[in-house]
Design a protein around this ligand. Structure first.
Ligand code: GMT
Length: 377
């Protein structure tokens, strides 16, 4: 099948899922066309059946906002015609589902019928999509998609609660490539000693450093933990909350124990020496970062919001607490970190649980959904 994948090319979870899905589909013989404004960060190599088409939006001084949706829908029309693409799969409703629908309509005028699958990822529904400024257009484009999927049951329920949805929503969870994450027995690149001493525990947080991630809670939890045991905190990612977090570390006098690593394409190399992962988000439709930690055998201390409980199991792969309850989170962190046996038990269980989300189980579900989209077109 020839599939156009529309996504954000950045470090955000929706872009990562879209890219990994495209690569997996290509490995299964499909021809994949990524259509976005930059080559996706997780897409290292293009190949015979993985293509990238850049959406250009020329600057024009009349426009206060450059019309990306227009450029994207035009590019979709051109690429569908040029490459005889069979299906559109758009990730993150805003504005991709809207642009995809416009492309479908333009193509229909020329006698070309193409199904569109829309995958809802999180903030396109919760924080951003349900804002009154966007809601009518988001509702419209979800309802006009041939098939709609969401990355968790929680996100499906949020979508049904916040929007007037006419059709079904299929839940397809985020996934990981367990084989890729499986530690090579000869893997000697785990540079733990560069980051911390033998007796220090390493705690990690990975995100896009937005308000919704509650970065100050990450720092405060770590502050409590390092009072009791020797520890280091790895902060991976970039975003508006990074600077305030660095400031908070200084105020708390822990700057020497917190390492800000910026964006990284080698998360697995950081996770390989991590003992614990923190995800205290305000809201989280799934929590792909937590799943990536778990497959590397890193237990997760998280909030119990949104879809996180579908991934992180309380008392098994980590612990869950109410949003903002940093005392409970630090207590739970210490429970795991203080006892070597507990830590080993949680590490093994986290990895075991993550295997349920292996890419080989999830990609065929998307293929099934594509068939369904054809039948519904
Ligand atoms: O808003 C973000 O955190 C980024 C966003 C994205 O779409 O890039 O992440 C969302 O999608 C991920 C992949 O499906 C989920 O794992 C994240 O939980 C979700 N983020 C939120 O709901 C806040």
């Amino acid at each position: 099948m020839k599939i156009a994948i529309v996504c954000y090319p950045t470090f955000g979870g929706s872009g990562v899922v879209a890219t990994e899905l495209g690569i997996a589909l290509a490995n299964r013989g499909h021809e994949i066309h990524f259509i976005t404004y930059k080559q996706p960060v997780r897409l290292a190599l293009l190949s015979e059946n993985i293509h990238f088409h850049e959406v250009n939006v020329p600057e024009y001084p009349l426009f206060h906002y450059q019309p990306y949706e227009l450029a994207l829908s035009s590019k979709l029309v051109d690429m569908v015609k040029l490459h005889h693409i069979d299906l559109l799969h758009v990730h993150y409703a805003i504005p991709h589902a809207y642009a995809g629908y416009m492309a479908k309509k333009m193509l229909a005028e020329e006698g070309i019928t193409i199904p569109m699958v829309t995958t809802l990822h999180g903030t396109d529904i919760t924080l951003v999509g349900s804002h009154p400024f966007y809601k009518p257009a988001v509702t419209f484009s979800i309802n006009k998609s041939n098939v709609v999927t969401s990355v968790s049951e929680s996100l499906k329920q949020d979508t049904l609660r916040l929007f007037d949805i006419k059709g079904e929503i299929d839940v397809i969870p985020n996934f990981i490539d367990a084989a890729k994450h499986a530690q090579d027995p000869n893997f000697s690149d785990c540079q733990r000693s560069v980051m911390a001493t033998e007796e220090e525990r390493i705690i990690t947080h990975v995100s896009n450093f937005r308000k919704v991630k509650r970065i100050d809670d990450v720092v405060k939890i770590f502050y409590e933990v390092q009072k009791e045991i020797p520890a280091k905190l790895m902060m991976v990612g970039e975003g508006p909350e990074r600077e305030p977090a660095e400031q908070l570390c200084e105020e708390l006098g822990i700057s020497n124990k917190v390492i800000f690593l910026g964006n990284s394409n080698e998360i697995d190399k950081i996770l390989c020496f991590s003992d614990l992962f923190l995800l205290p988000s305000e809201t989280e439709s799934f929590g792909l970062a937590a799943l990536e930690a778990m497959i590397s055998g890193v237990p997760v201390i998280s909030s119990n919001t949104g879809g996180i409980p579908e991934v992180n199991k309380h008392g098994v792969s980590g612990y869950l607490s109410n949003v903002g309850d940093i005392h409970d989170m630090s207590r739970n962190a210490l429970k795991i970190l203080k006892d070597e046996n507990e830590l080993e038990k949680f590490k093994a269980a986290a990895k075991e649980l993550a295997l349920q989300f292996d890419i080989n189980k999830i990609v065929p579900v998307y293929e099934f959904i594509y068939q369904k989209a054809f039948e519904m077109t």
